[in-house]
Design a protein around this ligand. Sequence first.
Ligand SMILES: *Cc1c(COP(=O)(O)O)cnc(C)c1O
Length: 336
Amino acid sequence: MFDIEKIVRPNILKLKPYSSARHEFEGRSGIFLDANENPYGIHNRYPDPTQIEVRKLISKQKSITVENICLGNGSDEIIDLAVRIFCEPQKDKVIICPPTYGMYEVVAAINDVEVIHIPLLNGFQPDVSKIFATEAKMLFLCSPNNPTGNCLNGIEQIIQNFKGIVFVDEAYIDFCKEKSLIQLIHTYPNLIISQTFSKAYGLAGIRIGAAFANTKIIDLFYKIKPPYNINELSQNQLIKSLSDYKLFEENLENILIQKARLIAALKVVETVKCIYPSDANFILLEVTDADDLYQFLLTHNVIIRNRNSVIPNCIRITIGNGDETTQLINAIKLYH
Ligand SMILES: *Cc1c(COP(=O)(O)O)cnc(C)c1O
Protein backbone atom coordinates (compact mmCIF):
# COMPACT_ATOMS: atom_id res chain seq x y z
CA MET A 1 0.00 0.00 0.00
CA PHE A 2 1.21 3.44 -0.90
CA ASP A 3 1.65 5.50 2.25
CA ILE A 4 2.13 9.18 1.58
CA GLU A 5 3.52 9.78 5.05
CA LYS A 6 6.45 7.48 4.29
CA ILE A 7 7.22 9.39 1.10
CA VAL A 8 7.04 12.98 2.36
CA ARG A 9 10.19 14.59 3.75
CA PRO A 10 10.02 14.23 7.54
CA ASN A 11 10.59 17.97 8.15
CA ILE A 12 7.65 18.83 5.87
CA LEU A 13 5.44 16.27 7.61
CA LYS A 14 6.33 17.86 10.97
CA LEU A 15 6.11 21.44 9.72
CA LYS A 16 3.71 23.81 11.36
CA PRO A 17 2.83 26.07 8.43
CA TYR A 18 2.79 29.85 8.55
CA SER A 19 -0.72 31.11 9.03
CA SER A 20 -1.30 34.52 7.44
CA ALA A 21 -3.70 37.13 8.75
CA ARG A 22 -5.88 36.68 5.69
CA HIS A 23 -5.96 32.98 6.35
CA GLU A 24 -7.02 33.21 9.97
CA PHE A 25 -9.86 35.61 9.34
CA GLU A 26 -11.69 34.82 6.13
CA GLY A 27 -14.75 37.06 6.53
CA ARG A 28 -15.31 39.98 4.19
CA SER A 29 -16.85 42.71 6.30
CA GLY A 30 -15.35 44.78 9.09
CA ILE A 31 -12.31 47.00 9.23
CA PHE A 32 -9.14 45.11 8.48
CA LEU A 33 -6.41 45.99 10.95
CA ASP A 34 -4.89 42.53 11.05
CA ALA A 35 -2.29 42.36 8.27
CA ASN A 36 -0.26 45.57 8.60
CA GLU A 37 -1.61 46.70 5.27
CA ASN A 38 -1.79 50.32 4.22
CA PRO A 39 -5.36 51.68 4.42
CA TYR A 40 -4.82 53.78 1.26
CA GLY A 41 -4.58 52.68 -2.37
CA ILE A 42 -6.21 50.22 -4.75
CA HIS A 43 -3.83 47.29 -4.45
CA ASN A 44 -3.20 47.82 -0.76
CA ARG A 45 -4.75 44.55 0.43
CA TYR A 46 -3.15 41.12 0.33
CA PRO A 47 -4.81 38.79 -2.18
CA ASP A 48 -6.77 35.67 -1.20
CA PRO A 49 -4.09 33.11 -0.23
CA THR A 50 -6.44 30.24 -1.14
CA GLN A 51 -7.37 31.76 -4.52
CA ILE A 52 -10.82 30.30 -4.01
CA GLU A 53 -12.68 32.17 -6.77
CA VAL A 54 -10.13 31.19 -9.38
CA ARG A 55 -10.05 27.62 -8.16
CA LYS A 56 -13.84 27.38 -8.33
CA LEU A 57 -13.75 28.37 -12.00
CA ILE A 58 -10.94 25.92 -12.75
CA SER A 59 -12.85 23.29 -10.81
CA LYS A 60 -15.87 23.72 -13.08
CA GLN A 61 -13.84 23.70 -16.26
CA LYS A 62 -11.75 20.65 -15.37
CA SER A 63 -14.42 18.73 -13.43
CA ILE A 64 -12.13 18.50 -10.40
CA THR A 65 -13.13 19.63 -6.92
CA VAL A 66 -11.35 22.69 -5.48
CA GLU A 67 -9.81 20.49 -2.77
CA ASN A 68 -7.80 18.75 -5.48
CA ILE A 69 -6.30 21.97 -6.89
CA CYS A 70 -3.34 24.07 -5.79
CA LEU A 71 -2.19 27.06 -7.83
CA GLY A 72 1.41 28.07 -8.33
CA ASN A 73 3.27 31.10 -9.65
CA GLY A 74 3.55 29.34 -13.00
CA SER A 75 3.79 25.57 -13.18
CA ASP A 76 7.50 26.10 -12.62
CA GLU A 77 6.61 26.87 -9.00
CA ILE A 78 4.52 23.69 -8.89
CA ILE A 79 7.57 21.66 -9.97
CA ASP A 80 9.67 23.30 -7.27
CA LEU A 81 7.07 22.78 -4.53
CA ALA A 82 6.70 19.11 -5.47
CA VAL A 83 10.44 18.48 -5.26
CA ARG A 84 10.65 20.27 -1.93
CA ILE A 85 7.75 18.31 -0.43
CA PHE A 86 9.11 14.89 -1.30
CA CYS A 87 12.86 14.99 -1.93
CA GLU A 88 15.42 15.26 0.81
CA PRO A 89 18.61 17.04 -0.34
CA GLN A 90 21.66 14.79 -0.77
CA LYS A 91 19.56 11.72 -0.13
CA ASP A 92 16.60 11.26 -2.45
CA LYS A 93 16.72 10.87 -6.22
CA VAL A 94 14.45 11.89 -9.06
CA ILE A 95 14.15 10.36 -12.53
CA ILE A 96 13.87 12.47 -15.63
CA CYS A 97 13.49 11.18 -19.18
CA PRO A 98 15.48 13.35 -21.60
CA PRO A 99 15.10 14.98 -24.00
CA THR A 100 12.50 16.83 -21.94
CA TYR A 101 11.69 20.12 -20.25
CA GLY A 102 14.84 21.53 -18.65
CA MET A 103 13.36 22.82 -15.41
CA TYR A 104 13.00 19.39 -13.73
CA GLU A 105 16.76 19.00 -13.73
CA VAL A 106 17.41 22.59 -12.64
CA VAL A 107 14.87 22.44 -9.80
CA ALA A 108 16.41 19.16 -8.62
CA ALA A 109 19.89 20.71 -8.74
CA ILE A 110 18.78 23.82 -6.84
CA ASN A 111 17.35 21.56 -4.16
CA ASP A 112 20.51 19.40 -4.14
CA VAL A 113 18.58 16.33 -5.25
CA GLU A 114 20.30 13.76 -7.45
CA VAL A 115 18.94 13.23 -10.97
CA ILE A 116 18.86 9.86 -12.71
CA HIS A 117 18.55 10.14 -16.48
CA ILE A 118 16.53 7.48 -18.27
CA PRO A 119 16.41 8.68 -21.89
CA LEU A 120 13.30 8.28 -24.00
CA LEU A 121 13.51 5.41 -26.51
CA ASN A 122 12.28 4.99 -30.09
CA GLY A 123 9.52 7.43 -30.91
CA PHE A 124 10.53 9.38 -27.79
CA GLN A 125 8.69 6.92 -25.53
CA PRO A 126 9.62 6.14 -21.91
CA ASP A 127 11.94 3.24 -21.12
CA VAL A 128 9.41 1.53 -18.85
CA SER A 129 11.52 -1.43 -17.72
CA LYS A 130 14.44 0.80 -16.78
CA ILE A 131 12.12 3.12 -14.87
CA PHE A 132 10.74 0.19 -12.86
CA ALA A 133 14.25 -1.10 -12.19
CA THR A 134 15.26 2.24 -10.66
CA GLU A 135 14.60 3.41 -7.12
CA ALA A 136 13.67 7.07 -6.90
CA LYS A 137 11.40 9.32 -4.89
CA MET A 138 9.92 10.96 -7.93
CA LEU A 139 9.55 10.51 -11.65
CA PHE A 140 8.96 13.39 -14.07
CA LEU A 141 7.00 12.70 -17.24
CA CYS A 142 5.98 15.38 -19.70
CA SER A 143 3.09 14.62 -22.06
CA PRO A 144 2.90 16.05 -24.67
CA ASN A 145 6.64 16.23 -24.21
CA ASN A 146 8.72 19.35 -24.70
CA PRO A 147 10.76 19.58 -27.00
CA THR A 148 9.77 16.41 -28.88
CA GLY A 149 6.06 17.29 -29.11
CA ASN A 150 4.61 13.78 -28.73
CA CYS A 151 2.34 12.28 -26.08
CA LEU A 152 3.85 9.49 -23.99
CA ASN A 153 2.31 6.01 -24.06
CA GLY A 154 1.55 3.78 -21.10
CA ILE A 155 1.64 6.48 -18.43
CA GLU A 156 -1.12 4.86 -16.34
CA GLN A 157 0.78 1.59 -16.17
CA ILE A 158 3.83 3.50 -14.97
CA ILE A 159 1.85 5.36 -12.29
CA GLN A 160 0.36 2.06 -11.15
CA ASN A 161 3.71 0.34 -10.67
CA PHE A 162 6.10 3.11 -9.71
CA LYS A 163 6.89 3.17 -5.99
CA GLY A 164 7.30 6.91 -5.67
CA ILE A 165 5.52 10.04 -6.87
CA VAL A 166 4.79 10.36 -10.58
CA PHE A 167 4.67 13.98 -11.73
CA VAL A 168 2.94 14.31 -15.11
CA ASP A 169 3.46 17.70 -16.75
CA GLU A 170 0.53 18.44 -19.05
CA ALA A 171 1.56 21.97 -20.08
CA TYR A 172 0.48 21.26 -23.69
CA ILE A 173 -2.51 18.98 -23.08
CA ASP A 174 -5.10 21.37 -24.57
CA PHE A 175 -3.42 21.24 -27.97
CA CYS A 176 -3.79 17.49 -28.41
CA LYS A 177 -6.56 15.01 -29.06
CA GLU A 178 -5.56 12.72 -26.23
CA LYS A 179 -7.40 13.18 -22.98
CA SER A 180 -5.82 14.64 -19.88
CA LEU A 181 -5.00 12.10 -17.17
CA ILE A 182 -6.39 14.49 -14.60
CA GLN A 183 -9.22 12.19 -13.43
CA LEU A 184 -6.64 9.51 -12.52
CA ILE A 185 -5.78 11.53 -9.40
CA HIS A 186 -8.83 9.89 -7.80
CA THR A 187 -7.39 6.43 -8.47
CA TYR A 188 -3.68 6.89 -7.78
CA PRO A 189 -2.45 8.43 -4.52
CA ASN A 190 1.05 8.90 -5.98
CA LEU A 191 0.02 11.04 -8.96
CA ILE A 192 0.52 14.78 -9.45
CA ILE A 193 -0.72 16.37 -12.68
CA SER A 194 0.49 19.83 -13.52
CA GLN A 195 -1.03 22.18 -16.05
CA THR A 196 -0.43 25.80 -16.92
CA PHE A 197 -2.30 28.83 -18.23
CA SER A 198 0.84 29.96 -20.06
CA LYS A 199 0.39 28.05 -23.31
CA ALA A 200 -3.10 27.19 -24.64
CA TYR A 201 -4.73 29.88 -22.47
CA GLY A 202 -2.32 32.54 -23.72
CA LEU A 203 -1.53 33.90 -20.25
CA ALA A 204 2.23 33.36 -19.88
CA GLY A 205 2.56 36.88 -18.50
CA ILE A 206 0.35 36.35 -15.45
CA ARG A 207 2.26 33.29 -14.20
CA ILE A 208 -0.35 30.79 -13.05
CA GLY A 209 0.02 27.04 -13.11
CA ALA A 210 -1.89 24.33 -11.27
CA ALA A 211 -1.24 21.08 -9.48
CA PHE A 212 -4.00 18.49 -9.45
CA ALA A 213 -3.71 15.61 -6.99
CA ASN A 214 -5.51 13.83 -4.18
CA THR A 215 -6.22 15.98 -1.12
CA LYS A 216 -3.33 14.56 0.95
CA ILE A 217 -0.83 15.81 -1.61
CA ILE A 218 -2.67 19.10 -2.19
CA ASP A 219 -2.69 19.76 1.56
CA LEU A 220 1.10 19.39 1.52
CA PHE A 221 1.36 21.92 -1.30
CA TYR A 222 -0.70 24.33 0.81
CA LYS A 223 1.52 23.67 3.77
CA ILE A 224 4.64 24.90 2.02
CA LYS A 225 3.53 27.35 -0.67
CA PRO A 226 4.17 31.04 0.01
CA PRO A 227 0.82 32.35 1.30
CA TYR A 228 0.28 35.04 -1.33
CA ASN A 229 1.94 33.30 -4.26
CA ILE A 230 -0.69 34.38 -6.82
CA ASN A 231 -1.04 38.15 -6.93
CA GLU A 232 -4.34 39.97 -7.15
CA LEU A 233 -3.89 41.25 -10.73
CA SER A 234 -3.18 37.73 -11.96
CA GLN A 235 -6.10 36.21 -10.07
CA ASN A 236 -8.47 38.81 -11.52
CA GLN A 237 -7.16 38.36 -15.06
CA LEU A 238 -7.52 34.59 -14.88
CA ILE A 239 -11.10 34.93 -13.61
CA LYS A 240 -11.82 37.19 -16.61
CA SER A 241 -10.12 34.91 -19.13
CA LEU A 242 -11.73 31.73 -17.84
CA SER A 243 -15.16 33.21 -18.37
CA ASP A 244 -14.50 33.73 -22.10
CA TYR A 245 -14.29 30.13 -23.21
CA LYS A 246 -15.21 31.03 -26.78
CA LEU A 247 -12.11 33.16 -27.26
CA PHE A 248 -9.97 30.38 -25.81
CA GLU A 249 -11.39 27.88 -28.30
CA GLU A 250 -11.06 30.29 -31.22
CA ASN A 251 -7.41 31.01 -30.53
CA LEU A 252 -6.68 27.35 -30.03
CA GLU A 253 -8.30 26.48 -33.34
CA ASN A 254 -6.32 29.17 -35.15
CA ILE A 255 -3.07 27.85 -33.74
CA LEU A 256 -3.93 24.35 -34.94
CA ILE A 257 -4.80 25.70 -38.40
CA GLN A 258 -1.42 27.48 -38.63
CA LYS A 259 0.30 24.34 -37.41
CA ALA A 260 -1.19 22.26 -40.23
CA ARG A 261 -0.28 24.98 -42.70
CA LEU A 262 3.32 25.15 -41.48
CA ILE A 263 3.77 21.38 -41.57
CA ALA A 264 2.44 21.21 -45.13
CA ALA A 265 4.83 23.97 -46.21
CA LEU A 266 7.85 22.43 -44.48
CA LYS A 267 7.33 19.06 -46.13
CA VAL A 268 8.68 20.43 -49.41
CA VAL A 269 11.62 22.34 -47.90
CA GLU A 270 14.87 20.60 -48.76
CA THR A 271 16.75 21.30 -45.54
CA VAL A 272 13.99 19.64 -43.49
CA LYS A 273 14.94 15.99 -42.99
CA CYS A 274 12.23 15.01 -40.54
CA ILE A 275 9.12 16.58 -39.06
CA TYR A 276 8.40 14.78 -35.82
CA PRO A 277 4.72 14.17 -35.02
CA SER A 278 3.45 16.87 -32.68
CA ASP A 279 0.60 16.97 -30.18
CA ALA A 280 1.58 20.46 -29.04
CA ASN A 281 1.81 24.09 -30.25
CA PHE A 282 5.32 23.56 -31.54
CA ILE A 283 7.07 21.18 -33.87
CA LEU A 284 10.45 19.52 -33.69
CA LEU A 285 12.35 19.33 -36.95
CA GLU A 286 15.53 17.61 -37.96
CA VAL A 287 17.37 19.71 -40.51
CA THR A 288 20.67 19.40 -42.38
CA ASP A 289 22.47 21.91 -40.16
CA ALA A 290 20.56 23.29 -37.16
CA ASP A 291 23.18 25.86 -36.08
CA ASP A 292 23.41 27.25 -39.59
CA LEU A 293 19.65 27.41 -40.15
CA TYR A 294 19.18 29.02 -36.75
CA GLN A 295 21.65 31.79 -37.64
CA PHE A 296 20.12 32.20 -41.08
CA LEU A 297 16.61 32.66 -39.67
CA LEU A 298 17.95 35.14 -37.11
CA THR A 299 19.22 37.33 -39.91
CA HIS A 300 15.62 37.29 -41.22
CA ASN A 301 14.31 38.30 -37.79
CA VAL A 302 12.78 34.91 -37.08
CA ILE A 303 13.76 33.45 -33.73
CA ILE A 304 13.35 29.73 -33.24
CA ARG A 305 14.76 27.39 -30.61
CA ASN A 306 17.96 25.63 -31.56
CA ARG A 307 17.94 22.20 -29.87
CA ASN A 308 21.12 20.96 -31.54
CA SER A 309 22.79 20.52 -28.16
CA VAL A 310 19.95 18.25 -27.01
CA ILE A 311 18.99 16.35 -30.17
CA PRO A 312 21.51 16.57 -33.04
CA ASN A 313 20.46 18.99 -35.79
CA CYS A 314 17.03 19.56 -34.34
CA ILE A 315 15.16 22.82 -34.01
CA ARG A 316 11.90 23.58 -32.25
CA ILE A 317 9.46 26.01 -33.81
CA THR A 318 6.54 27.52 -31.89
CA ILE A 319 3.35 27.95 -33.91
CA GLY A 320 2.61 31.65 -34.32
CA ASN A 321 -0.26 33.54 -35.90
CA GLY A 322 -0.95 33.66 -39.63
CA ASP A 323 1.46 36.50 -40.41
CA GLU A 324 4.24 35.02 -38.33
CA THR A 325 3.79 31.65 -40.03
CA THR A 326 3.94 33.31 -43.45
CA GLN A 327 7.14 35.13 -42.50
CA LEU A 328 8.74 31.94 -41.25
CA ILE A 329 7.76 29.98 -44.37
CA ASN A 330 9.09 32.72 -46.65
CA ALA A 331 12.36 32.94 -44.75
CA ILE A 332 13.02 29.20 -44.64
CA LYS A 333 12.31 28.94 -48.39
CA LEU A 334 15.25 31.29 -48.99
CA TYR A 335 17.64 28.94 -47.17
CA HIS A 336 19.88 26.56 -48.99
C1 LIG B 1 6.30 26.15 -20.70
C2 LIG B 1 6.38 24.94 -19.84
C3 LIG B 1 6.16 25.01 -18.47
C4 LIG B 1 6.15 26.33 -17.76
O1 LIG B 1 4.93 26.75 -17.45
P1 LIG B 1 4.71 28.06 -16.56
O2 LIG B 1 3.36 27.79 -16.02
O3 LIG B 1 4.77 29.21 -17.50
O4 LIG B 1 5.76 28.12 -15.50
C5 LIG B 1 6.10 23.84 -17.74
N1 LIG B 1 6.30 22.65 -18.33
C6 LIG B 1 6.55 22.55 -19.64
C7 LIG B 1 6.77 21.22 -20.24
C8 LIG B 1 6.61 23.69 -20.43
O5 LIG B 1 6.93 23.58 -21.72
